[in-house]
Design a protein around this ligand. Sequence first.
Ligand code: GDD
Ligand code: MN
Length: 377
Amino acid sequence: MNEAIRPVPESPGQDTAQPILSIVVPTFNERDNVSALYGKLEAALKGVAWEVVFVDDNSPDGTWDVVRARARRDGRVRCIRRIGRRGLSGACIEGILASSAPFAAVMDADLQHDETQLPKMLSLLQSGEAELVIGSRYIEGGSADSFNRHRAGASALATEVAKRVLSVQVADPMSGFFMIRRDRFEQLAPELSTQGFKILLDVIATARGELRTVEVPFTFGSRLHGESKLDSMVALDFLGLVLAKFTNDVISLRFLLFAMVGGTGLLVHLGTLFVALRVLEFPFPEAQAAGALVAMTTNFILNNFLTYRDQRLKGFAILRGLLAFYLVCSVGLLANVGVAFSVYDQEPIWWLAGAAGALMGVVWNYAMSGLFVWRKR
Ligand code: GDD
Ligand code: MN
């Protein structure tokens, strides 16, 4: 019989009631953890109408396939397979918004978070005592002993920065384990960043103290299978989020990175110009063109690696992207010179005109690169 039309076997004792709790589990290469997590949830949530929504970014190990197979047998399990996108925060947001239960929790797939706390967290929300409950490592009774020294230090530093710069009053704003009322989340969702991984900090900072919050202690365990997806780049994500929230979302991390890469491009340009003129003895126009070409190329590579690492172009798309980037930047240069010229015309202050032109150029390049080079799929 065709797989698609085979009757779905009824699983006995399955709860058909509308779930009151949606547990959102972002996954990337967590194939071996899915079953164990499911078993733990089932044991911890007896008597609660729950569902689990796995949000998988098309894991190469086929995590989505394992989840899908389980979802076919069990209505409590759902799978969102995202293609062409990466990012923990975005996955969590999408998972919560794809469910409808009045309460939503977020947790790691790797059993590092303590699922036995879920009923307690739920009852704090249901009683109205809290609108957000955080599984906290840094209050009495909680711990993160499984962290190595390096990671523990980084986590403590980031927590301190978040508390001071964003006046966050919570002991563990970096936790990846929390539960929130749906209505409150839906209000905040349009302002949350889908980039990066600090979704809880984003929620807290965006709510600006207007979210009744309770922390419950838990012990951050060791990962069951696989390895952590958080690399040293997460420090960058973190700083970007702090900056964005501190400036009321005026400056985005992406734009800042793009502009910083642009700054390195200037140095590359001058370096190349020097070598072309002095070492290779090119005539000036050729040397200047070589400088521009090399700088655009290094900018492209850096942006592909850093600024757009969640949408990194690979394989043949790199070549297409590079050509589009050359084109975008060439027009950007015209815009740059045009603006600088007209400013200079009105007010002959060289640095003001130069800066205005450069700003125009980077804004143009940024906007157009987002449209034509690293297109959101
Ligand atoms: N869909 C999706 N996309 N899931 C992802 C991605 C992604 O790009 N990156 C990571 N995940 C999933 C992982 O598969 C895992 O289930 C969960 O998100 C957390 O990632 P881990 O790799 O397990 O992170 P960690 O354990 O090192 O970090 C934990 O502690 C941090 C605090 O120190 C997480 O809970 C973080 O959220 C938390 O901030
Ligand atoms: Mn983890």
